[in-house]
Design a protein around this ligand. Structure first.
Ligand code: IPE
Ligand code: IPE
Ligand code: MG
Length: 256
């Protein structure tokens, strides 16, 4: 994958990788005196719109937070509904994903999912594996702390087996054990729903992401709102610890 910032069609800097916390489905529904389930269903429309707009814009990777490690503690009926929606959406959207050239990958601890869902996930990943327009990652039963811990566990196993020496472990090596070492870190991290927190999403990978918080509930977040977020990103100066002048020179040289 291209490690340099990709220019968009109108030459604005475009994030290579966008991560989104899709929050606000429940409140969207409650405001309309609908059950929370209606909000989750309405949210699928936004997923479709944002995936398609991402492809249109030329974004290389999109990571959507669909279900956190902590969401298991919601009422059983809501957890079951979310699993059913996940299963149903995987079934109904697979052709549409391929039509748009989208490869799907699920990140998170799969072992906790029902067997049928695990099989379905594996099938959709396989069917879309050759698609090249964009990688869509859906984070399901994902937690940023889980990701770091599972990376640490793999490294410890490697060290015990003599494959790596403890003193060789550095940030680069550590990150190769995380969930998606093949992608650049998210350049842009969006959260809808008005809350301004990470909620245990990409803790390691968002170290230098630009954050964008939208007050729109996820079912109301459409292509227009997304383009506003992308335009806001384009106006930011990313400094990565440098001075503003240094960062400008690096950006002009295309090395940022
Ligand atoms: C986000 O919407 C979707 C999931 C966490 C699965 P919420 O369900 O958290 O909606 P609010 O925050 O209660 O409005
Ligand atoms: C974060 O939203 C998780 C997802 C969007 C999947 P939550 O609604 O679970 O986050 P908190 O509880 O408000 O922090
Ligand atoms: Mg929420």
């Amino acid at each position: 994958m291209n490690k340099d910032a990709s220019p968009s069609s109108d030459d604005q800097p475009l994030p290579r990788h966008v991560a989104i916390v899709m929050d606000g489905n429940g409140r969207w529904a409650l405001r309309r005196r609908l059950p929370r389930a209606a909000g989750h269903r309405a949210g699928i429309k936004s997923v479709r719109a944002i995936v398609e707009e991402s492809v249109r814009q030329g974004i290389q990777a999109l990571t959507l937070f669909a279900f956190s490690s902590e969401n298991w503690h919601r009422p059983k009926s809501e957890v079951n509904l979310l699993m059913d929606l996940f299963m149903g959406t995987l079934r109904s959207e697979v052709n549409r994903l391929s039509e748009h050239g989208v490869r799907l990958r699920i990140i998170g601890e799969r072992a906790a999912f029902p067997e049928k869902l695990r099989q379905r996930v594996a099938e959709v990943e396989k069917v879309t594996s050759a698609n090249e327009a964009m990688l869509l990652q859906v984070a399901a039963n994902y937690g940023g702390r889980w990701d770091i811990v599972q990376a640490a566990r793999r490294l410890v196993a490697d060290a015990r087996a003599g494959r790596i020496a403890p003193e060789d472990v550095d940030e680069g090596i550590f990150s190769t054990r995380l969930s998606f070492p093949d992608l650049p870190d998210p350049d842009l991290f969006i959260r809808t729903g008005g809350e301004q927190r990470i909620s245990n999403f990409l803790l390691w990978q968002s170290a230098y992401s630009e954050f964008y918080f939208s007050d729109l509930m996820w079912p109301d977040f459409d292509a227009l709102a997304y383009r506003e977020a992308l335009a806001d990103f384009a106006g930011r100066q990313r400094r990565f610890g440098l001075t503003g002048d240094q960062a400008s020179i690096r950006a002009a040289n295309g090395t940022s």
